[in-house]
Design a protein around this ligand. Structure first.
Ligand code: TEU
Ligand code: CA
Length: 566
């Protein structure tokens, strides 16, 4: 704790930016399609909306777009309940329109990453319907995880396991003859039955899906719950308390678990699955890219990020950490080293569709865990949170590795509070006294494009999640006109960042206890002030800073500056 990294920590890798390596230093913009832009005026974002905003996306200077699921879905879990992996939900558009989106982004040099959800389908998937219609023990049932219940008449679930969003992880079905029957496993909502990855048809079908999208020009995949596919469901079942506490979820950086034999997560058998996927990826030129969403122990992450596997793995360490100099330093250092050892790159991420937006997280008085309830900050705390969010982002954009930017964070959007309970969508949300008080809807509010229009240019009708009255101040229109806005900072930083993309080395600088500073091979230095007093900047030209308006010499508390020293 507290020891500054030594200036000698200089990493060796110096990859060249060939096409096969496009992802290594990519800035990836995450689009949650239903909340990005509405093209046909029904209040739900869609591909028509995306098409109308490709120039905006290009203006951010991002290298790729990651689309959260757009597949046919009943939206039991925001689209992560997939009815058909090889089609587009009619509210979002058509396959032909998606091909137009691919073409429009490719024309602007932007790659396309799509979300693939292999741990579970939806209960409306044709194979799950077939499983329900078939008998216990049938081949149709064996593609999912069905078990007989316990108790005299099978009235109790097979074990005490819980689903991620609360409630039992098992649901009992009614058999074709109308009698209460078997139970199926779902780690998430009951509408998301888990696949049985021991089944060759399940494995083959996903390979078909990967090729389906690869053939349409998709450049890569974000693999949902990548650590969950392989399971050991042999009896006796361990108790849920043990299963959960050793699972690696909950945002803690936990080195204790991770021997490859946890009953549900991060099992060694996953290597086999992903090496098959790698076979498909490598049949394309350049190979398809993949990034694992895997909440696993740091020492296990290399398995997912391996060049025989998915190639890159999310690290949610910064996303899970409070605004604290020691945490940032330790986390960055560890992940840069990890990437180097594993011939992959780091993935810096502060916000996504699952967590409270980072401008609001950093405004909290105490560190906040995932899915934890946060309070609406005072105006003053919100301002502090935004300053820190800008500083954190500018720091991360100077690091080697790729960065994931979640739609709206480039506007400095805070979390939205006070959503009426009647409009709740997230299955993990908590509603009290008629108001949403926790969950993921507050980070999924449709974007404000214009300052004064009734629906802020998102749609010409009320959006599927309500936008607050103050949204206009954070709109693309308002911020584009302001050189000191968060949007202007992101645009400039992402544009400048391209100069950093070819050489992955970093050199730590020791500028003081409260300062995180490092130099990059092109002669730029990034300096972040975690302290409470202004910090005197080293010599050189300030090329960008998160505390716009401060005088040249001093870096404000909670701020980052980039300096060209040579
Ligand atoms: O999330 C994985 C996951 O395990 C989540 O429970 C995560 O820990 C939580 O949302 C943090 O707030 C993925 C998707 O990103 C999420 O949107 C889905 O709900 C989930 O998988 C099921 O597909
Ligand atoms: Ca629409």
């Amino acid at each position: 704790m507290g020891t500054a990294p030594t200036p000698s920590a200089q990493l060796e890798s110096a990859h060249t930016a060939s096409d096969a390596n496009w992802w290594r230093q990519a800035a990836v913009y995450q689009i949650y399609p239903r909340s990005f832009a509405d093209g046909n005026g029904d209040g739900i974002g869609d591909f028509g909306g995306v098409l109308s905003r490709v120039d905006y996306i290009a203006s951010l200077h991002v290298d790729a777009v990651w689309f959260s699921p757009f597949y046919p879905s009943a939206l039991a879990d925001g689209g992560y309940d997939v009815d058909d992996y090889r089609d587009v939900d009619p509210t979002i558009g058509t396959l032909a329109q998606f091909e137009d989106v691919i073409a429009a982004l490719h024309e602007r040099g932007i790659k396309i990453i799509i979300d693939i959800v292999p741990n579970h389908s939806s209960d409306r998937h044709v194979w799950f319907r077939a499983a329900l219609a078939a008998e216990p023990g049938s081949p149709e049932r064996s593609r999912y995880i069905f078990r007989d219940g316990k108790g005299d008449t099978g009235e109790l679930p097979p074990n005490d396991w819980q689903s991620m969003f609360g409630g039992p992880a098992w649901t009992r079905v009614t058999e074709a003859d109308g009698t209460p029957g078997q139970w199926y496993l779902h780690l998430f909502t009951p509408q998301q039955p888990d696949w049985n990855w021991d089944h060759p048809e399940v494995r083959e079908d996903f390979l078909t899906t990967l090729r389906f999208w690869g053939d349409r020009g998709v450049d890569g995949f974000r693999v949902d719950v990548a650590s969950g596919l392989a399971k050991d469901l042999s009896e006796p079942y361990p108790e849920w308390d043990k299963v959960w506490s050793s699972s690696g979820f909950g945002g803690e950086v936990n080195d204790a678990f991770g021997d490859g034999r946890h009953p549900i997560f991060d099992r060694d058998e996953l290597d086999d699955i992903y090496s098959e996927w790698r076979g498909v990826f490598n049949s394309y030129d350049p190979p398809l890219f993949a990034v694992a969403e895997a909440w696993v122990a740091p020492h296990r992450r290399g398995r997912y990020a391996s060049t025989d596997g998915l190639g890159q793995a999310f690290n949610f360490d910064l996303l899970s950490a409070a605004w604290n100099v020691d945490s940032f330093r330790t986390i960055i250092r560890r992940n840069v080293e990890f990437a180097d050892e594993n011939d992959t790159t780091s993935t810096w991420v502060f916000s996504n569709h699952d967590v409270v937006r980072h401008a609001t997280r950093y405004a909290q008085e105490r560190p906040v865990g995932l899915l934890e309830r946060v309070v609406e900050p005072s105006a003053e705390a919100a301002e502090l949170g935004l300053q820190r969010a800008r500083a954190a982002t500018l720091l991360a954009l100077a690091l080697p590795g790729s960065t994931y930017v979640y739609q709206g964070e480039e506007l400095g959007l805070p979390e939205v509070f006070g959503i009426p309970g009647t409009q709740v969508q997230d299955p993990s949300a908590v509603v009290e006294d008629g108001v949403v008080v926790a969950g993921r809807d507050g980070c999924r509010i449709p974007l404000p494009w214009t300052a004064d229009e009734e629906f802020f240019g998102f749609s010409d009708t009320a959006s599927h999640l309500p936008q607050p009255a103050w949204f206009g101040a954070f709109s693309v229109e308002a911020e584009s006109a302001d050189a000191t806005s968060t949007l202007s900072m992101y645009r400039r930083a992402l544009e400048l960042r391209r100069e950093l993309e070819t050489d992955e080395r970093l050199q730590w600088l020791d500028l003081g206890e409260d300062i995180v500073a490092f130099a990059r091979p092109n002669g730029w230095t990034s300096v972040t002030n975690f302290g409470s007093a202004p910090f005197e900047l080293p010599a050189g030209e300030v090329i960008l800073r998160s505390d716009s308006g401060s005088e040249r010499q001093h870096l404000a508390p909670n701020a980052t500056a980039w300096i060209a020293t040579s």
